[in-house]
Design a protein around this ligand. Sequence first.
Ligand SMILES: Cc1cc2nc3c(=O)[nH]c(=O)nc-3n(C[C@H](O)[C@H](O)[C@H](O)COP(=O)(O)OP(=O)(O)OC[C@H]3O[C@@H](n4cnc5c(N)ncnc54)[C@H](O)[C@@H]3O)c2cc1C
Ligand code: FES
Length: 362
Amino acid sequence: MAVSSAVAGFRDLGFAPVPEVIFTHLVYNTAPMKDSEQAQDNGCAIRRGEVVSNVSLCREHYRLTIVVSGEGLGERSELGSGFPVPVAGQFVHLSPQRRAPSCDRMDESAPAIDSGGAMLRRAFSIAGYRTTANGAEVDVIYRVVGVGTRWMATLRAGDSVSVLGPQGNAFPIVEDATSALLVAGGVGLPPMLFLAEALRDAGRQTVAICGAQTVDLLALTMDERVPPSPSGREATASADEFTERGANVVISTDDGSLGLRGHVGEALTAYCDANPVEPDDVVVYTCGPERMMEFVAEFCDVRGIRCYVCMERAMACGTGMCQSCVVPVRDEVDAEGWRYQLCCMDGPVFDASDVLFAQPSS
Ligand SMILES: Cc1cc2nc3c(=O)[nH]c(=O)nc-3n(C[C@H](O)[C@H](O)[C@H](O)COP(=O)(O)OP(=O)(O)OC[C@H]3O[C@@H](n4cnc5c(N)ncnc54)[C@H](O)[C@@H]3O)c2cc1C
Ligand code: FES
C-alpha cells in the first residue's frame, strides 16, 4: 500500500529540528527500507567545530576548514572519543545556529554568531580530512546559494560551528577495476577531491572530468603552464588539487572559457571515445546537478560501465527522522517495482543502476 505524505515545514524548538509533518503529497512505499549499517553507526554524534580558515576559491565558492574536537555536546555524542575517520562520500551537517541543537543540551559556551535566519542544518560533502595536533581537520567546499551558505561565508577563524557527522555511506572502491573516472559538475566537485585521495591510495589510475558554467565558477587552482585539452580528448595535469592527488583532469565550461566548450557529459563522451577501455576495468563516480548525473548514469548503462552517483537531496534532519530526502530506487521484490531510500542514511552514494531519476507514478 502506498501512502501520501509530505514534510511541509519544520519548527525549531532549540533541540533537534522537529518536523511539523503535514502529510500532503510525498509518496512512500510501505516496504521496509534497506538496513544501513552506516545509519546505525551514526546515532547522534554532534561535536563542536572551530573554524581554522574560510577562504575564497573563486566566485561564490569557499573552502571552510574546521577542526573538530573530540568533545561532544551531549551525553549521547561519544564524549572524548574524537571525530570518526570519514570515508569519501560522507558528509557533515553543519548548524547555522549559535546554540547547537544537540541531543541533550545547549552549547552555552559557543560565541554568538548571527545565523541570518537559517535554522536547519546544511549538508556538505567532506572534501578533505587530516589529523592535526588539535584534532581532526575537515574541509568543505561550498557555493553561496542561500541564507545558510551566506552565513557560512561570514565565518572567521576561531568561530564555533556545530558539526553533525560524519554522516552517510561511502563510494565503493571496486576491487576488480584498475581505473576510475570522476565526473563532477559545479559543487559536485568536493566529494571527488576526497575520493581521488582514496583511489590514489588504492592504486587506481584516476582521471577527473570537471565541468562548470564558466571559468570563474570552477573551484580549482589551474596550472597556467599545463592547459586543459580544448577537445576533451586528453587528460592533463592542469588542476593542482587533482595533480596532488595523482589524477589528471579534463575540464569543460558551458561558455568555452576554459577547456572543452560544452557540458561535462560532452567532455565525458569525448574523453571515453578517445581513450577506450574495457568496461569492467573502469568505474565512474559522479556528483553534481541531478540532470547531469542522470546523463552520466545513462551513458554508463549503455556502455556497460559501473557507475555510482552521489545524490544531493535537500536534507532537514540528516538522521533519518524527517523523510525529506527520499530517493526512489528500483526494487524487484516490491509489488510496484520500486521503493524509497533515504539519501541521508542509505546514501548519499547510490549504485546508478538502482536510482530512478524520474519520480515513478504510484
Ligand atoms: C549530501 C549532500 C552533500 C552536499 N555537499 C555540498 C558541497 O560539498 N558543497 C555545496 O556547496 N553544497 C553541497 N550540498 C548542497 C548544500 O547542502 C546546499 O547548497 C545548502 O544546503 C544550501 O543552503 P542555503 O541555506 O545556502 O540555501 P537555501 O536558501 O536553503 O536554498 C537556496 C537554493 O539552493 C537550493 N538547494 C538547497 N539545498 C539544496 C540541495 N541539497 N541540493 C540542491 N539544491 C539545493 C534551493 O532549492 C534553493 O534554490 C550538499 C547537499 C547534500 C544533501
Ligand atoms: S534528512 Fe531527514 S530523513 Fe533524511
